[in-house]
Design a protein around this ligand. Structure first.
Ligand code: AOS
Ligand code: ZN
Ligand code: ZN
Length: 388
């Protein structure tokens, strides 16, 4: 049986990174609903993220998006974060919201557009130098809508060239995390549509390039935990963009649509050393809270990842290995289901209390008065982001 003290230590040591854009207004192409008290600038996003960390104790890092989080001096932003017990995490680039990118960015047929895109990515690395961020997270909206629109192979060549230039600019302690996505905004071809394409580019680039798995970026029915296990085995799993999907890239709260899938993913992570500091897997959220209250939604998401992790840590790996070796299919399956069916909420409450935290982060946040305060104080202004 798993050692409960070790399980608790692993849970207390886990770090979950929250996205700056999860705190701001967001929406679909139909409507962006505004909410009282949302941050008006990146500093206020950090103030909100600090509340999530205060009540969960496991969310000290915040991913930024450039240019949504553009400031004059990133070192000042980094100090502001540190003063609140936070660190600036992955820098997310944006090569999709400019008129120049109608036919793509780093894969665009026009070298001038490719230059503009690569220059932006290099600027993101400059920002990482100033913020102390270790990860550059790249998601490309590049692709085509119609057969014949552009040369598929030439686009791969352009992508490889751009990535190589950015890779060459990385410092010793910096990584490039290449995200893949099945489709959208392009509907015929996407230039990085799947983990294999991302993996092949990362392999060619070198050890500082790794794949990031956004859980919402797969076709329905895809076995994501297999991808996770494979990438971990190859040392190429850089991290996760956690969220839930019902249909496409829904960006709903992680663990909401399919908690069992999240458990299966975390089981592969836990079993294969992905929770060890040395594995350096970034557990990031990539979510937008369009209709629900934002800070409590981020807190809930962090808790959902913790619950899946706790269940994964409770898997009796010795019993599992014995059943597998004996070819006992049902016994092996039962070992996993026993862990999944465990109510881990009391265990997590204990872990929090032992660290001096309130056992219920959602209730603690509600009682803190922060929501009422920001609704009263933050009037006017609206930060750019998804759907804005
Ligand atoms: C887009 O679909 C991707 O999931 C991106 O990871 C992400 O949403 C973006 O980088 C936000 O900045
Ligand atoms: Zn993502
Ligand atoms: Zn996405």
């Amino acid at each position: 049986m798993p050692d409960i003290a070790a399980v608790k230590a692993a849970l207390a040591g886990q770090r979950i990174e929250t996205p700056s854009w999860g705190y701001g207004n967001s929406g679909t192409r139909f409507k962006v609903f505004t909410r009282a008290g949302v941050p008006r600038d990146p500093y206020e996003k950090l103030d909100d993220a600090a509340r999530v960390h205060e009540f969960t104790g496991v969310a000290p890092k915040v991913s930024l998006h450039i240019p949504w989080d553009k400031v004059d001096d990133y070192a000042v932003l980094s100090t502001y974060a540190k003063d609140r017990g936070l660190e600036l995490g992955a820098i997310n680039s944006n090569t999709f919201q400019d008129d120049a990118y109608r036919l793509g960015s780093v894969c665009h047929p026009d070298p001038k557009v490719r230059r503009k895109a690569v220059d932006h990515l290099l600027e993101c690395v400059d920002i990482m130098d100033a913020t102390g961020s270790a990860d550059l997270k790249l998601w490309f909206a590049d692709g085509t809508n119609y057969p014949g629109q552009d040369d598929v192979v030439a686009r791969q060549d352009r992508l490889g060239e751009a990535l190589a230039e950015v890779y060459g600019r990385l410092g010793d302690d910096q990584r490039l995390l290449l995200e893949y996505k099945l489709f959208e905004p392009s509907f015929y071809t996407t230039d990085v549509p799947d983990w294999g394409t991302s993996y092949a580019h990362c392999l060619k680039l070198g050890p500082k390039a790794q794949v990031v798995v956004d859980t919402g970026h797969h076709a329905p029915g895809t076995n994501i935990e297999f991808i996770v296990a494979f990438l971990l085995r190859e040392g190429k799993l850089g991290g996760f963009d956690f969220n839930s999907r019902f249909y496409a890239d829904d960006d709903l709260m992680v663990g909401a649509a399919d908690p069992f899938q999240l458990f299966r993913i975390m089981h592969e992570v836990a079993k294969n050393g992905g929770l060890d500091r040395a594995a350096n897997v970034a557990f990031m959220l990539d979510q937008c809270h369009n209709v629900e209250a934002k800070i409590p939604a981020v807190i809930r998401s962090v808790m959902n990842v913790q619950e899946a992790t706790a269940k994964a840590l409770l898997v009796d790996l010795d019993a599992l290995a014995a059943a597998q070796a004996a070819g006992d299919v049902l016994a092996a399956h039962a070992v996993l289901m026993d862990a999944y069916d465990t109510d881990v909420r009391p265990l997590l409450r204990e872990v929090r209390e032992e660290r001096g935290l309130h056992p219920d982060p959602v209730a603690a946040y509600a009682a803190s008065g922060w929501q009422e305060r920001i609704a009263a104080e933050r009037v006017g202004g609206e930060q750019a982001g998804w759907g804005a």
